[in-house]
Design a protein around this ligand. Structure first.
Ligand SMILES: [Zn+2]
Length: 117
């Protein structure tokens, strides 16, 4: 992980996690059933990528938390070259350490720079 980077390329800010939109109902029943909610929800990173209006090759993704492996895979596939997130809390690291380590490994192998501030 690095802490210094240049901002001379397209930037992509993550959005919020959200239920799939475009006609899919986000009913109370679905929102309160954790398994259903997790299956139907897009992480903020994927939501940002889905709604991007410019090519993302070479861009920078700013996140509120470290990326999970599925979001890392999507970011790598669309050509994002820098990913930035704040230093995660000890609780976050404890809860997601395996996934976080794997997503960082994926970014490293793909040549994506990870910036933690
Ligand atoms: Zn994710």
């Amino acid at each position: 992980m690095t802490t210094d980077f240049a901002f001379n390329e397209p930037r992509l800010w993550d959005w919020a996690n959200g239920m799939t939109s475009r006609g899919v109902q986000d009913s109370e029943e679905r929102l309160h059933d954790r398994d259903t909610k997790l299956k139907m929800t897009l992480h903020a990173e994927k939501n940002a990528i889905a709604f991007a209006t410019a090519p993302l090759d070479g861009s920078t993704l700013f996140c509120t938390h470290p990326c999970c492996t599925q979001c890392a895979a999507m970011a790598i596939q669309v050509g994002i070259k820098n990913v930035c997130w704040p230093t995660p809390s000890p609780e976050f690291v404890r809860r997601w350490s395996n996934d976080l380590a794997l997503s960082v490994e994926m970014f490293h192998e793909a040549g994506v720079n990870v910036h933690v501030r």
